[in-house]
Design a protein around this ligand. Structure first.
Ligand code: ZN
Length: 640
């Protein structure tokens, strides 16, 4: 038996896991090599070799046999994993012919299964295969799939990553071929579990020392870069015949360093950032990352958590459509509803410090708004313009990634950023009444956004920073004056304060979808707390949710879960009638909403649709359904 188990945690499709061969457990992500092995490198070899490279179970590839009738299984050890053979002209075949490759492997499988459990086999996926045929791979009974890379970072390599995105979730994913060190973070990020480092040997044989972002030809006695690795310490005194081993050891060190960096980046929620930072390796590498971003967005987004590190670096154009960034823009556009009774909409610049309201500039804006509106601040809808999130309604300023993103703040925005901002602004303002008045208290790049959107804005627009910065005394005075005038002209007077309702309701819509706010915060709801501190929301004497300032999100109670259950969103259905213990495991989940992402607040129901718990998801909804292991939900409250 072979088994692949997925562990806890996600950063995009990247995952940690365990590949279990007999009594040996390999932690993934893992490297594989045909000339060395260790705890972090699983040995790989051709079947029938006299001496296996490792005592421990390894990956062995079956040779191609053209006449299957002559096929006889070479001697194979009990726990090795078997890579099925493929047709030789694999690289050039057509999508239709790739079906032959699968049929051939199926045939080989049927001949070896009496002696080898199908779970121990790994299917080779031709890079031109049809995605439909990948989905059907479960019929093989195999627990792994191998994709090959030619190292050109072109169509074939993209094809492999694209096909990988269609693979059943429980399968171990192997990347083989010419894989340079710089590609490892992207392969890890897109969900490859074992990565072939055979290229380290090929490069060494050609006198090449590999680096994280390039390669260097080495000649004895020639000038070369300093390297602190133990192998290269021997380089200065090396003889020609030592060179191969020195370069090989160095190259291996580079692969080990980068997989370790990639694993650590995933642990700290910065793997995406690491992948973005590799785009400067080469134009071909940048093209591949951009293609993956654009074409595989749904796949990457599905596994990107809705919570993240305290500071999320968002640097340059690769971040404009990073999954958490694009998802934020999509959710604000599709889920945010304009609150009633906002005669004034105030556009403000973002601040380097997050959340915005803790920054010096926003404290000044708040002071001006309070002074001018004297008790009627909640009649002003505050909208913060920012790149690349587009805009952030004040109520959502603490939600991930709005409360955590970290951008360079020179104020120089490119045309794409301005287009993103203008687009978001037009969509946002359409939600408000045309009789509201928009105050644009912005300058520089922010002003460019408003100007770019101006012709499509239906409301009257007032600029309060004719020259200079938004925080200058003149600008702040102009803002105060405009607010005072509008208060008078629009006859804004009296009415209850609604900040708390606004925050909880907008957050509910963002988290659970449009309309959730009206259900969790009906007109007769009672709210206690302070804006952007802990807020408790009670309906008919029962607490339904609390707003948690640190995450900017709502935690549900069972009563809140019952209110939201009829919406049929963010639900997980258990096979059991009740929840036992503090966690729900994927094996016990019958169905789940595919909208669920890791980190979401979810409602747990049983077969009779009773709400039996609320908690936080640890994986995506599809994983809860497809996986048979792993923690699906951490319970917050459950029915006793
Ligand atoms: Zn070195």
């Amino acid at each position: 038996m072979a088994e692949f188990r997925i562990g806890r945690g996600h950063d995009g499709p990247a995952r940690v896991g365990e590949y279990i061969l007999g009594s040996t457990t390999y932690a993934t992500p893992l490297l594989t090599s045909s000339f060395t092995s260790s705890d972090s490198i699983i040995a790989y070899g051709a079947m029938g070799r006299d001496e296996p490279l490792s005592e421990k179970p390894m990956l062995v590839s079956l040779p191609f046999v053209s006449q299957l009738d002559e096929f006889s299984l070479p001697k194979i050890r009990d726990n090795d994993s078997v890579i099925l053979p493929s047709l030789i002209s694999l690289a050039t075949i057509s999508p239709d012919a790739s079906e032959l490759v699968f049929a051939y492997q199926q045939e080989v499988l049927s001949r070896i299964t009496p002696s080898i459990d199908p779970s121990r086999t790994i299917i080779r996926i031709p890079s031109v295969a049809k995605p439909e045929s990948i989905v059907n791979l479960t019929e093989f009974g195999s627990h792994g799939a191998a994709f090959s890379f030619d190292g050109q970072l072109g169509p074939r390599d993209f094809g492999a990553i694209n096909l990988r995105s269609h693979l059943p979730l429980f399968m171990m994913t192997l990347a083989v071929g010419r894989i340079e060190p710089g590609l490892i973070p992207l392969l890890h990020y897109t969900g490859f579990d074992i990565i072939d480092i055979g290229h380290s040997q090929e490069a060494a044989a050609n006198g090449v020392r590999l680096w994280k972002n390039g390669a260097e030809k080495i000649e004895i006695g020639g000038g070369y870069r300093f390297c602190s690795c133990p192998a290269c310490a021997k380089l200065d005194t090396a003889k020609q015949e030592d060179l191969l081993n020195i370069l090989l050891e160095h190259n291996l060190n580079i692969y080990k360093t980068i997989i370790s960096e990639s694993k650590e980046a995933m642990r700290s929620g910065r793997l995406r950032w690491l992948v973005e930072s590799t785009t400067h390796n080469s134009p071909a590498h940048a093209s591949l990352v951009r293609l993956v971003n654009r074409e595989l967005y749904p796949f990457i987004e599905e596994f990107s958590p809705t919570t993240g590190p305290d500071a999320l670096p968002v640097i340059g154009s690769e971040s404009y459509n990073a999954p958490v960034v694009r998802r934020f823009r999509d959710y604000v556009a599709s889920r945010y509803s304009a609150p009633d009774n906002k005669p004034i909409i105030l556009l403000l610049p973002c601040s380097a410090r997050k959340p915005y309201s803790d920054s010096k500039s926003h404290k000044r804006f708040t002071a001006v708004i309070e002074s001018a509106m004297s008790g009627m601040e909640s009649r002003v809808a505050q909208v913060i313009l920012t790149s690349p999130l587009g805009l952030v309604p004040r109520e959502l300023e603490r939600i991930y990634p709005a409360g955590q993103y970290d951008i360079p703040v020179t104020g120089d925005w490119d045309t794409e950023e301005i287009a993103i901002g203008a687009n978001a602004l037009v969509t946002h303002l359409k939600k408000f009444s045309n009789s509201s008045v928009v105050i644009a208290h912005v300058s520089g790049g922010y002003l460019d956004i408003v100007r770019a959107a101006e012709s499509k804005i239906e409301q009257s627009l007032i600029y309060t920073t004719p020259e200079g910065r938004a925080t200058s005394r003149e600008s702040l005075d102009a803002l105060e004056e405009s607010l005072l005038e509008l208060k008078e002209i629009l006859s804004i007077s009296g009415g209850p304060r609604t900040e708390l309702e606004g925050i909880v309701s907008a957050t509910a819509d963002y988290q659970f979808g449009k309309g959730a706010g009206k259900v969790l915060v009906p007109e007769h709801a009672k709210l206690k707390g302070k804006p952007y501190r802990l807020i408790l929301c009670t309906v008919d004497g029962e607490q339904v949710c609390s707003y948690v300032a640190e995450s900017g999100t709502l935690s549900l109670t069972l009563a809140g879960g019952r209110l939201l259950a009829p919406f049929k969103r963010y639900w997980v259905r258990l096979e059991a009638p009740n929840v036992k213990g503090g966690s729900i495991f994927a094996v016990g989940v019958q169905e789940a909403d595919y909208m669920i992402r890791p980190g979401d607040e979810v409602i747990v129901i049983n077969g009779s649709d009773d709400v039996i718990a609320v908690g936080r998801s640890e994986m995506s909804g599809r994983e809860m359904c497809e996986l048979n292991r792993g923690r699906a939900v951490t319970i917050r409250h459950k029915k006793e």
